[in-house]
Design a protein around this ligand. Structure first.
Ligand code: BG6
Ligand code: MG
Length: 211
């Protein structure tokens, strides 16, 4: 029985993909590293430093750990400045309607995001006080596909992991949900995952799944 739904944030509740892309692209251009949408797709759900490692696969020089931290910080500075433009208009279709429907059924809702900017994003779009719990990149050291962020969310909600469903747009997130022994619901790019328990095209399709 599902008592809580844990949502990934980027690409499920809020559309931030294009801002991530622009910030990584600016960094890649500065370092003259090839970067495109396909590489960007591999960054979905993955932590900032792991994303940087994926981008640096195309670099023709090697970077020290300190240089890598500086690059990731630079990317984040660009990204955070872009996030100032975020508003309720960037909330993904039917996210608010789904949240309302789940609340009506007495189902708890949480965020389980790899991002260290999750709280800023939620504030920007006006959803900061909407969730019963927020677990994000500041709560864990191991990012998705490790289950940690979802387990922290369940713990904050005080709901057993086996009573939780996860909504994810990233393969890494679907794997993380299964590693957490939760029901994994895929949307967007994650629907390509063989591990997903359910696949939806629209967030509102989740209502009957968790009833
Ligand atoms: C995830 C995104 O939610 O957060 C990834 O899907 C991103 O693309 C990751 O790399 C970490 O985000 P941040 O905001 O901490 O750099
Ligand atoms: Mg995502």
């Amino acid at each position: 029985m599902i008592k809580a739904v844990i949502f990934d944030l980027d690409g499920v509740i809020v559309s931030t993909d294009h801002y991530h892309y622009r910030a990584w692209k600016a960094l890649a251009d500065q370092e003259t590293i090839y970067f495109d949408e396909e590489i960007n797709n591999r960054l979905r759900g993955v932590s900032r430093m792991e994303s940087l490692e994926i981008i640096l696969e195309r670099a023709n020089k090697s970077y020290t750990e300190d240089e890598k931290v500086a690059l990731a910080t630079h990317k984040n500075n660009i990204y955070v400045e872009l996030l100032d433009q975020l508003s309720a208009a960037d909330i993904l279709p039917h996210a608010v309607e789904l949240i309302d429907a789940l609340k009506l059924k007495g189902i708890k809702i949480a965020i389980g995001s790899s991002s260290k900017n999750a709280k800023k994003i939620l504030k920007q779009v006006g959803l900061y006080d909407t969730f019963d719990a927020i677990a994000d990149g500041t709560d864990v050291t191991r990012s998705k596909p490790h289950p940690d962020v979802f387990l922290v969310a369940a713990e904050k909600l005080q709901i057993d992991k086996t009573n939780c469903a996860v909504v994810e747009d990233a393969e890494a997130g679907i794997v993380a949900a299964k590693n957490a022994e939760m029901l994994a619901i895929a949307i967007g790019a994650a629907t390509l995952s063989d591990l997903a328990d359910a696949k939806v095209e629209d967030l509102l399709e989740i209502v009957p799944i968790v009833k």
